[in-house]
Write a protein that binds this ligand. Structure first.
Ligand code: FMN
Length: 321
């Protein structure tokens, strides 16, 4: 018998409302296992240790948003996961004591905004932390659902199922809208924020006049739209500065980042000489300055203070790691 690949399978075809708890899906509470102590080893506080163990799983940080009676509500959450591509489904886990838990129900929509590297203050703010200088959140409205402006990814999902999840509720959402932009996401690991190191500047962190001297012997090159400037896998022999136009950083055809006039790229590969991790392609007519490794080495030999500053930048990156 022919089946429609888009149609949910029969086991999905339950009524969403539950006889057990309002707003929750098929939650067979009598099938929930007895609570058992977690085996976490000797002498530790079980809850703290369990939390610490779970915290070793690194995640991004999202703001879950919804609109109820004209009011926007946002909540920081890292318990977000992708579930299915066809149909497009995502899942969030919300503390039953959180206000958000009382606002979400079958048929309601929630927004997911995946925070960018520089949006840590918004994460604290929507986690209810009191800040001296609270950030001002700006929202975009898509399908009557607020989304946090400036995030690296936006999703709007409609709750199709909710499940009992102990002291949390799980809300399975059918995705109606999804957009992303290049950029580094904010990370969370071991109970604290982390940052993607690959995007942190190295030479770009030097004082402008020092950087200018370091780049002085660079060669200008022009590229046509779509022309490859560096290829993934080739050894990093040169550092580049975008002089005019823009470039796209791509891996396997997916856009990872884009750089515009004044931006540097190839900063790490030129130092360690290892193979480049991505392609860089001209986005329109583009002019770049290319500075060879040897030229950089000579410039540093002539001005050893630069080496000391670079060590400072690299030490800062290690500290952040
Ligand atoms: C990085 C981070 C991740 C969090 N993840 C979750 C989560 O996945 N689910 C949850 O219920 N609370 C999570 N929280 C806690 C909520 O953000 C916090 O309890 C918030 O105050 C709840 O807001 P509400 O009661 O106004 O809805 C997280 C907090 C932080 C800082």
């Amino acid at each position: 018998m022919a089946t429609d690949p888009q149609a949910p399978p029969r086991e999905f075809d339950f009524p969403v409302s539950s006889p057990f708890a309002e707003g929750l899906g098929q939650s067979f509470l009598d099938e929930v296992p007895e609570v058992e102590e977690v085996d976490i080893g000797e002498g530790a506080d079980p809850v703290a240790e369990f939390r610490r163990t779970l915290g070793m799983f690194p995640t991004g940080v999202t703001i879950i948003t919804t609109q109820a009676e004209g009011q926007v509500h946002g909540m920081t959450a890292n318990a977000f996961m992708s579930v299915s591509l066809r149909p497009p489904l995502v899942l969030i886990s919300v503390d039953r004591r959180a206000k958000m838990n009382s606002l979400l129900h079958e048929g309601s929509r929630y927004g997911i905004s995946v925070l960018g590297d520089e949006q840590e203050a918004l994460s604290d703010h929507f986690a209810g932390r009191v800040l001296d200088d609270p950030p001002e959140a700006r929202f975009l409205l898509v399908r009557e659902t607020p989304l946090v402006d400036g995030a690296v990814a936006h999703i709007v999902a409609r709750v199709v199922r909710s499940y009992w999840g102990g002291d949390h509720s799980l809300f399975l959402g059918q995705v109606e809208f999804a957009r992303s932009r290049p950029g580094a996401p904010l990370l969370f690991h071991g109970g604290r924020y982390e940052h993607v190191l690959a995007d942190a500047p190295v030479f770009g962190a030097l004082a402008p006049e020092r950087l200018e001297r370091l780049l002085a012997s660079g060669e200008e090159r022009s590229y046509a739209d779509g022309e490859r400037i560096v290829a993934a896998g080739e050894l990093g022999e040169e550092l580049y500065v975008v002089l005019e136009g823009a470039v796209r950083v791509e891996r396997g055809g997916a856009l990872l980042a884009s750089f515009a006039q004044g931006d540097l790229f190839g900063e790490v590969a030129v130092l360690d000489g290892r193979p480049r991790s991505a392609d860089v392609v001209a986005d329109g007519e583009t002019r770049c300055l290319s500075v060879s490794r040897d030229a950089i080495r000579e410039a540093i030999a002539a001005e050893p203070q630069v080496a000391w500053e670079l060590l400072g930048v690299l030490a800062g990156r290690l500290r952040d790691a």
